[in-house]
Structure formats: structure tokens, C-alpha cells
Ligand binder design. Structure first.
Ligand SMILES: C[S@@+](CC[C@H](N)C(=O)[O-])C[C@H]1O[C@@H](n2cnc3c(N)ncnc32)[C@H](O)[C@@H]1O
Length: 204
């Protein structure tokens, strides 16, 4: 990991320490059937209709990976926190899924290529999002797509990446970019939210 420091996120965030309680948030653990169904419906609409290979970067405990696997896709998940990877492996035990410890910006997938790079709530914290997007494009097969769920959280000291900035970064990366606003759907978050939340589906 030390060799990848320049690609890593904020070192002050201890994601290993967060892992055990991470799924307690409704949109993280997707334990509430209504929240889970809301994410499953959205994910189905963002992913190809046929079974495909998905790379879930910063996969956390594997909640979106599991939804994708349940929809018939093969999943490779990558996360820099070993405790998150352990939980993802347990969550998807017996599924067509593999989980690796590694950094999202340069995931350790060798020559393997994917139909979808899926990223939720990770890109905003990378030190050079544009560089990550350019690398992820190279990990896609022809006709592949980036599916990113991001936002800007908090009122006093907001953090995140506005959709406008992300779409600007994608101008030189993707041929077609679609932004879907998610703030207005309380079922996704388990409550009403007022801040900016969105998904971007970018065909390369
Ligand atoms: C907010 S959580 C999102 C987890 C998952 N994508 C989800 O939506 O449930 C951020 C995750 O990204 C991981 N992460 C943070 N920086 C990373 C990096 N540079 N490379 C790989 N994973 C990273 C953390 O360990 C954590 O699991």
C-alpha cells in the first residue's frame, strides 16, 4: 500500500475502524427491504441487461456488489481497507465474486477487463479524480460504462463532488454521460435528504 500513497484517499479516515458499523446506515447495509429494493431497481437500470463483469471500486462491505451478483453479474470488488474486504467476502460467500485489497485509482486487476466500473461514494475523496477516471476507462471493454454514485454531503462544511464537476471531468473520458438526480428519492437513503446526490452513467 505504501507504494500507492499518491493514489490513496484521506489518510485521516480509518476505514478499517469504520467497517464493523458501516452497514448500520440504511443506504450502506441496505437492510430495510424498501431501501434495498430502491437500490436494486436503480442499479438494474444503470447496468447492462445481460450478465456482465463488474468492477466495484471502494466496494466497502459489498452491499452494491451483492445486489449486482443477485442480478446475475460477476463481480470483482476492490477496497483499500482489509476489514471492509473481509466483510464483503463474507457477504458474497458462494457467489460469483472476488474481492481484493487495493487502491481504487489503480486497482490490482492485471490484464482483466470489465463491462462496468461501479463506484459509490469513493471518487470524491480521491486526490486526482480525473486521473482515476482516465485509468478506469482503460479497464473497460469496448462498449463499457462507468456507473458512479456521488454527491455533496453536509451543510456546514460540505464534502463531495458536485455533478457539474464530475461531468466536466468526464468530457475527455466518455462519449455519452447521463446524470440522474437521487436527492428526491427518500427510499434510497432511508429518509428525506436535501443535499446533492446523484448517479452518473458514462458510456466510453
Ligand atoms: C463511503 S465508503 C463506500 C463503500 C461502498 N462503495 C458503498 O457504497 O457501500 C468508502 C469506501 O471506500 C474505501 N476507500 C477509500 N479510499 C479508497 C481508496 N483510495 N482505494 C480503495 N478503497 C478506498 C473505504 O475503505 C470504504 O470502504
Amino acid at each position: 500500500m505504501a507504494n500507492h500513497r499518491e493514489f490513496d484517499t484521506d489518510a485521516r479516515m480509518d476505514w478499517d475502524a469504520e467497517a464493523a458499523s458501516f452497514d448500520d446506515e440504511p443506504d450502506h447495509g441496505l437492510r430495510d427491504p424498501e431501501v434495498r429494493a430502491a437500490w436494486a431497481d436503480r442499479l438494474r437500470s444503470w447496468l447492462p441487461g445481460r450478465a456482465c463483469d463488474i468492477l466495484d471500486l471502494g466496494c466497502g462491505t459489498g452491499s452494491l456488489s451483492l445486489l449486482a451478483a443477485e442480478q446475475g453479474h460477476r463481480v470483482t470488488g476492490v477496497d483499500s481497507a482489509p476489514a471492509m474486504v473481509d466483510l464483503a467476502r463474507a457477504k458474497l460467500a458462494g457467489r460469483d465474486a472476488a474481492f481484493l485489497v487495493g487502491v481504487a485509482a489503480t486497482p490490482p486487476v492485471g490484464e482483466q477487463r470489465f463491462d462496468v466500473v461501479l463506484v459509490r461514494h469513493v471518487l470524491w475523496a480521491l486526490p486526482d479524480p480525473g486521473r482515476a477516471l482516465r485509468h478506469w476507462r482503460e479497464l473497460l471493454r469496448p462498449g463499457g460504462r462507468l456507473v458512479m454514485i456521488e454527491g455533496v454531503w453536509g451543510a456546514v462544511s460540505p464534502v463531495g463532488i458536485p455533478a457539474e464537476r464530475l461531468t466536466a471531468l468526464l468530457e475527455s473520458v466518455a462519449a455519452h454521460v447521463r446524470v440522474e438526480r437521487l436527492s428526491g428519492d427518500p427510499l434510497l437513503w432511508g429518509r428525506a435528504v436535501a443535499d446533492e446526490r446523484y448517479a452518473v452513467v458514462a458510456a466510453v
